[in-house]
Design a protein around this ligand. Structure first.
Ligand SMILES: NC(=O)N[C@@H](O)C(=O)O
Length: 169
C-alpha cells in the first residue's frame, strides 16, 4: 500500500517527536559585534566520542520512500549547504527492539532550508534526504562509533512495515 503525506514546514513543535530544530532564534543575541550577532547555545548534540561528518549529494527523483535507517545510540546533526532538502522521518516505537521496522503512519517529510538544521533523535527512522529541486548538497554529523544494532553496515535500510511506501508532496 502507498501512503500519501503532505510536506511539513520545519518548526520545533512539528519536529519534536523526531528530534530538535536549529534555526535563528526570535530573541536577542547572546553576543554581538560590529556587523554580527551570535546566539549560543541554541541547541545541543549529545556526544561521547568524536563526531564524523558525511556529505551527501542528493538529486531530484520520484518522491517515494520505501526504506529507512536509524541510529539507536546516536543523535545526528543534518543541514543543507545550498538548496532546500526534504527529510523523511518516522517515529521510533521501541529503541530496544532490533527487529523494528519504520511505520508509514508516523512518517512526516520536512522541508529544511539553507540556514536551518535538525538534530535527529536517537532511534528515529530516516531516509536519505531528497532535494526540493535540482541537485542539493547536505552534511550530516554523527558520533563515529559502532551502533547497538550495527547500522554501520553498508546496507542499513529497513523496509516499511508490510513493504508499504510513502509518497510525499
Ligand atoms: N542522513 C543521511 O543521509 N545519512 C546518515 O544517516 C548516515 O548514517 O549515513
Amino acid at each position: 500500500m502507498q501512503h500519501k503525506v503532505e510536506l511539513e514546514e520545519l518548526t520545533p513543535e512539528a519536529f519534536a517527536p523526531y528530534g530538535k530544530v536549529i534555526d535563528l532564534p526570535a530573541g536577542a543575541p547572546s553576543k554581538s559585534g560590529e556587523g554580527w550577532d551570535c546566539w549560543s547555545y541554541i541547541q545541543m548534540l549529545e556526544a561521547e566520542v568524536p563526531i564524523g561528518f558525511g556529505l551527501v549529494v542528493t538529486r531530484e527523483r520520484e518522491p517515494v520512500v520505501a526504506a529507512m535507517e536509524r541510529h539507536v545510540s546516536r543523535e545526528e546533526l543534518l543541514l543543507t549547504f545550498d538548496r532546500e532538502i526534504i527529510q523523511p522521518v518516522a517515529c521510533c516505537a521501541d529503541i530496544d527492539d532490533p527487529d523494528e521496522s519504520p511505520d508509514p503512519l508516523t512518517t512526516k517529510c520536512f522541508r529544511i532550508k539553507p540556514g536551518q538544521a535538525i538534530v535527529i533523535g536517537k532511534g528515529v527512522w530516516h531516509s536519505p534526504a531528497y532535494s526540493a529541486e535540482g541537485e542539493a548538497r547536505y552534511m550530516f554529523g554523527i558520533e563515529k562509533k559502532q551502533d547497538k544494532f550495527g547500522d554501520e553496515m553498508i546496507h542499513p535500510w529497513v523496509d516499511f512495515k508490510n513493504k508499504d511506501t510513502v509518497r510525499f508532496g
